[in-house]
Design a protein around this ligand. Structure first.
Ligand SMILES: Cc1ncc(COP(=O)(O)O)c(C=O)c1O
Length: 417
């Protein structure tokens, strides 16, 4: 194996973030939250400034910051007034938290397969899975590409089914003229340390619905403690959490938000450069961006057309590693095949919603064939957001990748795999 080729890690934390975080430190007020109402219910000065800036950036009526997007997902599902045993349709190609947010309310995740170009939930599959129990769809704008929201909206039209967009990986992607995440009932973004912009840990919820915003704010901050003082009438699902974001993180977020457009544009130009250089390799499918969309390129997803090549994805990934190239990962995920679903094991005190509600929903190999084939055989992800890539780094990646591809093509190794 050749020596690892090291690229600089991607970090956009600079003097601006340090200065504002220091100001918070000097103030001595690291959180402004109190589980009371009205004082402290909406957090501290920097929480509120950050929310105001997010509201104007995402052009939405409400922006709510939380200590992670996982918290945001749990609160968003709770805000929809989901009942135990209700079904929520979700994609298997996401981070596990998208689906476990459903389990937190004792509801049942129903996995719909993905479509192979954007890797997000396939509206045609969703349509077939709608039942009397379906209360919501959680779609994920995975890798930075918006999902097919118009098609999903058509499916739920005139039905009492809400849409949540998990745009954790797509903080500045456009779907038509508006930003991804802002066009469904509730949307949200992650601010964890791997994302385009970060606060270490953190999350953002956006919505135009006052009721949902109110409920999410309640769930963020120990709802039960303020229900009477706030005069909340409808209290189902309002067992609260501590999902509160600190003041230092909010200060960092304020500065990070100013950099978001520039960061995404940088990732886009890096991705377009890679696409331009690699697109002529016979059998390699570079990322395609739908006409009405833009892509944030959290990752740079590649697919192998196995009919056109005589080596396997795993051979390619191994050869890339042997060349010392970092950041290429074979496959992505198949959440529906995690043991907690296939074995229906208990999770904490919450029990087994499938058993309790005599659900016929099952999880097994073959349930999502498109996702499974991509994961097992044809998908290769380059973690473009992990590195601070300069032109010379992109040239190294392309040169090595093309060399390996041509070498494997000549070897015809597939029959020995
Ligand atoms: C698609 C997706 N959903 C949800 C999450 C969870 O976000 P967080 O880490 O902020 O809780 C992530 C984080 O990686 C993600 O990528």
């Amino acid at each position: 194996m050749k020596k690892k080729i090291k690229f600089k890690n991607f970090s956009t934390i600079g003097k601006e973030e340090i200065t504002l975080a220091n100001k918070v430190m000097k103030s001595g007020i690291l959180s402004g939250f109190v589980a009371g109402y009205p004082d402290g219910f909406n957090g501290g000065k920097y929480n509120q400034i950050f929310e105001k800036k997010l509201k104007s950036f995402y052009k939405c009526r409400y922006a709510i910051v939380l200590n992670s997007w996982t918290s945001g997902l749990i609160a968003s599902v709770g805000a929809l007034d989901i009942n135990p045993g209700d079904e929520i349709i979700v994609t298997p190609w996401t981070m596990s938290a998208t689906a476990t947010a459903i389990l937190h309310w004792n509801a049942i995740p129903v996995f719909a397969d993905i479509e192979p170009k954007t890797f997000s939930i396939d509206p045609k599959k969703v349509k077939k899975l709608i039942s009397k129990r379906t209360k919501a769809i959680i779609t994920v704008d995975i890798f930075g590409h918006p999902s097919k929201l118009n098609e999903l909206k058509k499916i739920v039209k005139n039905k009492n089914i809400k849409i949540i967009t998990d745009a954790a990986q797509s903080p500045y992607s456009f779907y038509g003229k508006r930003l991804a995440g802002t066009q469904s009932d509730i949307g949200g973004f992650s601010l964890n340390c791997h994302k385009h912009i970060q606060t270490g840990e953190g999350g953002i919820v956006v919505t135009n619905n006052k009721l949902f915003a109110d409920r999410i704010k309640l769930l963020r901050n120990h709802s039960e403690a303020v229900i009477e003082r706030k005069n909340v009438k409808k209290i189902n699902n309002l067992v609260g959490y501590n999902f509160r974001l600190g003041e230092i993180e909010s200060a960092i977020g304020i500065e990070q938000l100013k950099k978001l457009k520039k960061i995404v544009r940088q990732k886009q130009s890096q991705a377009f450069y890679l696409s331009k250089k690699l697109k002529n390799l016979e059998g390699l499918i570079v990322p395609k961006v739908d006409k009405k969309c833009t892509h944030s390129f959290y990752t740079f997803p590649l697919v192998l057309d196995t009919n056109k090549i005589n080596f396997t994805r795993n051979q390619l990934a191994k050869a890339i590693r042997n060349e010392g190239l970092q950041g290429f990962v074979e496959g992505y995920t198949n959440i529906h095949l995690l043991p907690m679903y296939t074995k229906k094991i208990s999770y904490g005190s919450r029990g087994f919603p499938w058993k309790t509600f005599k659900s016929k929903i099952r999880y097994y190999k073959g349930l999502c064939p498109v996702a499974e084939k991509l994961h097992n055989e044809t998908f290769l992800n380059f973690e473009i957001c992990k590195f601070d890539l300069k032109k010379k780094d992109l040239d190294i990646i392309c040169k090595k990748f093309i060399k390996i591809w041509k070498h494997l093509s000549k070897l015809n190794t597939k029959k020995f795999a």
